[in-house]
Design a protein around this ligand. Sequence first.
Ligand SMILES: Nc1nc2c(ncn2[C@@H]2O[C@H](COP(=O)(O)OP(=O)(O)OP(=O)(O)O)[C@@H](O)[C@H]2O)c(=O)[nH]1
Ligand SMILES: [Mg+2]
Length: 265
Amino acid sequence: MPEAKPTEQHAVALPDDWAATPLTVVMPTYNEAENLPGMAERLMGLPLPGLRLLVVDDSSPDGTGDIADEHARTYGDTRMGVLHRAGKEGLGRAYAAGMAQAVADGAHYVLQMDADGSHPVDKIPQMLGVALATGAGVTIGSRYVQGGTLSAAWGPHRRLLSRWANTYAGTILGTRVRDITGGFNLWREDALRAIDLASVDSAGYSFQVEMKYRAVRRGYGVMEVPIHFEDRTAGESKMDLMVQLESVAMPWKLRARSARARSRG
Ligand SMILES: Nc1nc2c(ncn2[C@@H]2O[C@H](COP(=O)(O)OP(=O)(O)OP(=O)(O)O)[C@@H](O)[C@H]2O)c(=O)[nH]1
Ligand SMILES: [Mg+2]
């Protein structure tokens, strides 16, 4: 028998009141004109009437911001909004701004999600179900728990690098989180308030590690739901050398800061 794709196998229907939970999906975009329409359509098609999409666009030269505005008009303000920012400041800054707005606008849960098709839309109901059932502060769509899988297009080098980055950050910070570098995370609103988004240091991808570390340090529960992580379907990567260097340095910075806080008592 051919093996079913994990996402199809595990589709879940939530009770009506769970499905109506005010949930904002925060999606940062920079030159994602090819990907955004499909993502918006798939999110709107989920059986989650409380779901709102908030696109955070850093004035993408390819017009992603205008496309997002058109979709927001079509779907209506209760289902979709767009936060336009003046220039490209990094994924971390875009997420911090979007998540702060989502909380201010009344979301009970906030989901971080990339626009490039890497994160499986149809896992969202299951992640929300786990979050509501367990009360976790953060529920991670995880590549590195049992059942989690990586794109077949990833060669051994990329797999090793991703594994190594996770182990590197997790070991320095002493956490048991399996996918600490992952970017598909569902946050409870009060965990985000406790983390204080305005004081988050990371401009780039180390945002993912810094946020989870802050949540763990503040005593919030972490759950991990297995996902299949797909390669970006269209468009280009925004990963550059500065962003990579920040990711290498950030775990040490966070650890030093925690040690200083402990010594102050
Ligand atoms: N607003 C905003 N979005 C960004 C910025 N940098 C990246 N993004 C978005 O953040 C998400 C993740 O970026 P990616 O370039 O896919 O990063 P990646 O997944 O590590 O790289 P790929 O292997 O190419 O997928 C995408 O939706 C990007 O459009 C930024 O500076 N500002
Ligand atoms: Mg990507």
